[in-house]
Ligand binder design. Structure first.
Ligand SMILES: Nc1ncnc2c1ncn2[C@@H]1O[C@H](COP(=O)(O)OP(=O)(O)OP(=O)(O)O)[C@@H](O)[C@H]1O
Ligand SMILES: [Mg+2]
Length: 369
């Protein structure tokens, strides 16, 4: 993996705007497969910086290199076909159906019909808009947020190595937004595109970015990984932008798996209550995690609430919601710990096999680094 995208002192002065630099000597490199989130206050130059990458806006001075090639020497049409673009105000073609909108680039790339249909189908599923229901509608028959999701699908359609996304999830409600972010990150794990992602939401920048590029008045304030920016904000502007809850925001960056301990107090539910009682006194805790013979979570036993008639562990097990999968983030982990009374959270894999347990202390340790 080498540098895929390199901005070198990229500057934009709009004609007629005096000598105000909308983007001022912006320099950063992105490795192949990285997502860089461009953040900063409204008017700081995010869209301008992004549009210079596919030459929708001309560069005043400086250079942009993609995969070793100076883009000023490339044919603009080919350049734009090789870069997926999701624009800030959606920009669907009103006279084309949703399916046709998504298929624009694949058609230009002369993919065969079956491959295009399959791609359209798959992308509509990803953005949670049932293909049968939406494919043949026109953009004005969709809500704003739905149109924006189609914009995202369209940007991804040609399988471009580089994607530029300008506030792609901006108009989408929190639930769909989170779904899209997660789906997008899942796909990205497989396809490893190089992505410049504009957002004004610092939480989104932290979640989506391998790197964050924070701009102010056209110039770069800090370019760093989310963890670096949150632990070592370069100045007060960055610290303010990242927010007073910087430490809590770092919880999003770690998985539960990273912080958990892998020695949870488990007991097979087919064991006798006697065995459970012995275990309780041996490790002096109040709760045991009950599992079946495959190690999957079946519930919790409370030492202070074992029915008199119980002879097997399973007679004393109460179902529990105090679990998360190992890939969940620590913010959700912490929230779950506080939601339940056990004082810890059970960590499971996708098959609900118990992998570990998590306490607030473990979280504290992880944040210490
Ligand atoms: N065509 C133009 N002519 C003159 N000035 C422009 C033009 N387009 C943008 N600007 C100015 O350049 C600066 C950067 O604008 P840009 O659209 O890049 O900001 P942004 O960071 O994307 O903001 P937002 O978060 O509001 O989308 C702003 O001050 C804007 O007013
Ligand atoms: Mg913008």
């Amino acid at each position: 993996m080498g540098t895929m995208l390199s901005l070198q002192k990229v500057t934009k002065i709009y004609p007629g705007a005096g000598h105000v630099k909308a983007v001022d000597e912006l320099t950063f490199d992105l490795e192949e497969g990285e997502i860089c989130t461009l953040v900063g206050p409204s008017g700081c130059g995010k869209t301008t910086a992004m549009k210079m990458i596919n030459r929708l806006i001309s560069i005043t001075s400086g250079k942009i290199i993609i995969d070793g090639k100076d883009i000023s020497r490339l044919n603009t049409i080919e350049l734009r076909r090789s870069i997926g673009y999701v624009i800030q105000n959606i920009g669907l073609f009103p006279n084309m159906t949703i399916g046709e909108n998504i298929a624009i680039i694949p058609k230009l790339l002369k993919w065969d019909r079956a491959k295009i249909d399959e791609k359209v189908q798959r992308l509509l599923e990803i953005v949670n808009l049932g293909p049968d229901e939406y494919k043949d509608r026109y953009p004005n028959e969709l809500s704003g947020g739905q149109q924006q999701r189609i914009g995202v699908a369209r940007g991804m359609a040609g399988d471009p190595p580089i994607m530029l996304m300008d506030e792609p999830f901006g108009a989408i409600d929190p639930i769909n937004r989170e779904h899209l972010q997660n789906e997008f990150l899942k796909i990205q794990e497989k396809v490893k595109k190089t992505i410049v992602f504009v957002t004004h939401d610092i939480d989104e920048a932290i979640k989506m970015g391998d790197k964050i590029c924070l701009l102010k008045d056209g110039h770069l304030v800090q370019f760093a990984s989310p963890e670096e920016m949150l632990t070592h904000p370069k100045n007060d502007f960055v610290a303010d932008f990242a927010g007073g809850d910087r430490t809590l925001k770092r919880l999003n960056l770690f998985t539960v798996k990273r912080a958990m301990k892998d020695n949870p107090p488990i007991i097979n539910q087919d064991e006798t209550i006697e065995t459970a009682r012995n275990l309780f006194s041996e490790i002096s805790i109040r709760y045991l995690i009950a599992v079946n013979s495959e190690g999957r979570l079946t519930g919790m036993i409370d030492n202070q609430d074992i029915p008199d008639k119980a002879s097997l562990v399973k007679d004393a097990v109460a179902p529990t919601n105090a679990w998360l999968t190992a890939q969940s983030n620590l913010k959700d982990g912490l929230s779950e710990i506080f939601t339940h009374d056990y004082g810890f959270l059970i960590v499971v894999d996708d098959a609900k096999k118990v992998l570990g347990w998590l306490h607030t202390e473990d979280i504290k340790e992880t944040l210490k680094g």
